[in-house]
Design a protein around this ligand. Sequence first.
Ligand SMILES: [Zn+2]
Length: 711
Amino acid sequence: MAELHQTPSSLCCCRKSLPVPRAQSAGGSERAPAGPEPRARRRPQVDVASASNFSCFQLHHFHLDLWLNFAAKEMSGCLVLDLVPVQLGISTLVLDSHPSLLIHSINCKTPEEDGHTEPVSLTYRVDPFTDYGSGLSISLPDTKPGKKIQITVRYTTTDGPAIWWLDPELTCGGARPLVFTQGHSVCNRSLFPCFDTPAVKSTYTAAVRVPDGVTVLMSASQSWFSEQDRVFHFSMDFPVPSYLVALVAGELEHEDVGPRSRVWAEPCLLAAAAKQLDGGLERWLAVAEKLFGPYLWGRCDIVFLPPAFPIVAMENPCLTFIIASILESSDFLLIDVIHEIAHGWFGNAVTNATWEEMWLSEGLATYAQRRITTQAYGEAFTCLETVVRLDALHRQLRLLGDNNPVSKLQVQFEPGVNPSTLMNLFTYEKGFCFVSYLSELSGDVKRFDRFLKDYISEFQFQSVGAQDLIEFFLRYFPELQAAAVTTREGMEFDRWLSGCGAPPFEPDLSAGGALIGPVQDLCDVWRCADPPTPQTLSAHDLSGWSTFQVVLFLDRMLDQTPLPRDVMASFSRSYSPLFDVLNAEVQIRWLQMVVRNTFYPELPRVRAFLQKHTSRMYTVPLYEDLVTGVMKCVAVEVFYQTQRRLHPNLRRTLQQILFQTGLVPTNQSCPPLPGTPFSPPGSSQPTVPAATTTAAGKTAAMALLDVNVSA
Ligand SMILES: [Zn+2]
């Protein structure tokens, strides 16, 4: 996710009409071999993370009409739902809502009743549900299955977890305020009352009114601006789940970087952002289309958001949000953007029906991302990036132990557990390994590409469960079904989905050997008790290494920390000047080495880094390391110097880290980890999530929140 800016007039007509979703197909692809007819997919009847009775209705469409008040930090307006009851005798509509959302009135129209179109006022009540939402129960007039009803909810919403109001000093330009929303996983119930479950998809339209000088963008396939009344109009013509509805408004400008892609950013960032992505988006889209079939969403725009954006990137359809802090680390930017592009197929077109199977989105998107980078940048590059991430996965496993339920692909939520807290590295990397195993079983990676293309064609714009994927896989490859691959010893699909611990299979990454070998060789040089000689070091020149090589080197050195004092001094002399001019992904790892080794000569660099960076991704890991040692006073001092430039949510997080206050943000909760996660550089020990058992005996797996930075 990101925020961008542009002149209002240039928004008009920038997004073209798109064909109707159902008319699209992944033409030209190899079809599944004949087999048993697919069973009609049943929508899940219950989502433990939703208070709504979504299974009683079909949601055809909804419309949002909003007025944004930056001074009051309020959005107000109305929501119009077009619903069709699917059962007899439905007398109540229950929507997900949030305490930060104030309902003013609710009424109902039944457009299909002859001449009876006057709205009827409805009674409602708000019931507690969990600490991340409430239930809005609306008493309905007589309904009939199949007969459409239109519900209008007038409301105001302020500072709920979905909505991030930034004062001007928190933007890159510093001149105007900005607001963005972040729906994943269950936050959008604080933006508008909804069926807040990934099982329900619908089209939507929106009209947004803002003050002069503000541009609004949404995750929509079409947009236009009405100059006369200063209203931004949006239409998402393809069905999406509630969590993919996203909005950003501020001083945003744009530059086209491809035939269906433009970059949006604050004016001060735009040139640099557009330069980084010029031509790249179309290139990656073309590779992805060749592998997985047509890109279904029309536009593929990107908006860069200020450092207050709580995650790295979010795959909002038609408009990826991404943090501007990643701009200086171009290899990471590339991976992050390609990952979000892959979600256009995996996650957005075909969505996990419940949050308990998030790996269906993230594991498949990560696999697809790596197929794209293999085609675009070669196998060696892709293997290197994969090794960095799988190293992180194993680092987490060492910290968590083999029996921690956090490491399961398929989780079972206890009521009240926020799904966002279960987003973790396993969702991505163990999911990736399982998809890689399916690819291995198919016998040929290109054959598996065709399978994935047909999977998208089969399920596009639907929400599915793991069982849908597996049944389709076994129908597609009947020889594997005949060979009973699902129960192969040690590789049982049940073990993959429900088992704890390491992935039973990892793909062969030896193609990355030429890039990874020198990194490990240099790690071995530094593993000795004595500093290496200049002659030894001269044989290992890392000045020509790629970012991912340096990152892998530092991650593995962090694994060896603490180092003997003279070794650390030699390491600093050898590399500090080089790291100092490299990007933030390298620098934060180097500075973590400094802190974990309590190496005072480099302390000024730690201080300077924390004074410069105000994003969660580049502050939390360092603060967590600092508080565990004697350098804590430096952390406190820098925090007081910089806190005014930090978003209040990050400020609260850092206060908790520094002062162990136990303060838990109420409305503006700590951010979930959607989209591209923070990936661990180094063996960050501290806030490692652990599965805990509450007093009530419920298993509440805690997240790998703040385990460090980007993908
Ligand atoms: Zn993702």
